[in-house]
Design a protein around this ligand. Sequence first.
Ligand SMILES: Cc1ncc(C[n+]2csc(CCOP(=O)(O)OP(=O)(O)O)c2C)c(N)n1
Length: 312
Amino acid sequence: MVRLKELNQIEKEETIKKGNFACAGCGLNIALRHALAPLFKQVSIVVPACCTSVIQGMGSGYGINVPIFNIAFAAAPAAASGVAAAYRARGVDFVAAAWAGDGGTYDIGLASLSGAAERDEDIFYFCYDNGLYSNTGGQKSGATPRSARTTSTPTGRTTATKSIARIVAAHNVPYVARASISYPRDLYDKVERAKGIKGFKFILIDQPCTASNVFDSGKTIEIGEYAVKSGLVPLYEIVDGVLTWTSRTKRYLNPEKRIDRDGEAFLDKYMSLQRRFRGANPELVELLKQDINHEIEMLRRLQEDSSIQPWE
Ligand SMILES: Cc1ncc(C[n+]2csc(CCOP(=O)(O)OP(=O)(O)O)c2C)c(N)n1
């Protein structure tokens, strides 16, 4: 694993510029910084409408210090495929990546994501997941956790979240991973490892959003940790169809371990800090707990030996 000192040194060059338009405590800013660091000066990103274009700002290199191509919502993976083809044709040693939010990935861009994955394009696809359409005022996306209130689900989402990582993995692509901004060294390492893999690489990054999910802007990292420790955001890699759990996450795959030293459930800690869960319907919260266990169980089937409990 990359050492903290090394990480700081690498990031001194700043993929992300200070004083950009991100909200205070923005998790996306952190995602951009750590995920792009291993590819710095070798990557360009294709960005559909989302908060990234806000951080990007008005001029090239203003907020994000990598080349950016803005594109219509549903076209980011198709455009990144074209950029990769152009690099190949010109013999340029550069990585093409799509960088989109969960709305642009789970929902609006899903068809072209599926097309690029099926063609096994040699690109990265980064989905930063803040659990809703943040840029347009916080509407529900396919990634919104059950029971969470959004502007389009004012009494809480009633249905289950779709599992975009398993949907992409079902395209039989060489690399799928889930990471979190709260574990930046792990995020860095996953991108670094994926760099050496030819073909379609999908990385889903959990990033709490202070503006739309409404929490204290100093709590971004803590909330991201609770997401992992509650099992809501399990961390793993799926390489050529075989899943390996990230060591950080293993303990919390066991439902009994998802509590802190005082016996408080990490899910309760996660929810109590965010306004979107205030007054959440207890029946929907029970279903959310079932959703967490269901997703982990479905992922377990992708382990090399699915008869083993991951925490054993
Ligand atoms: C085809 C199309 N539909 C809707 C919009 C309006 N729109 C712009 S940004 C955005 C939200 C994107 O959400 P997400 O991808 O989750 O990124 P985030 O805003 O959370 O960064 C929407 C709906 C658009 N620009 N184009």
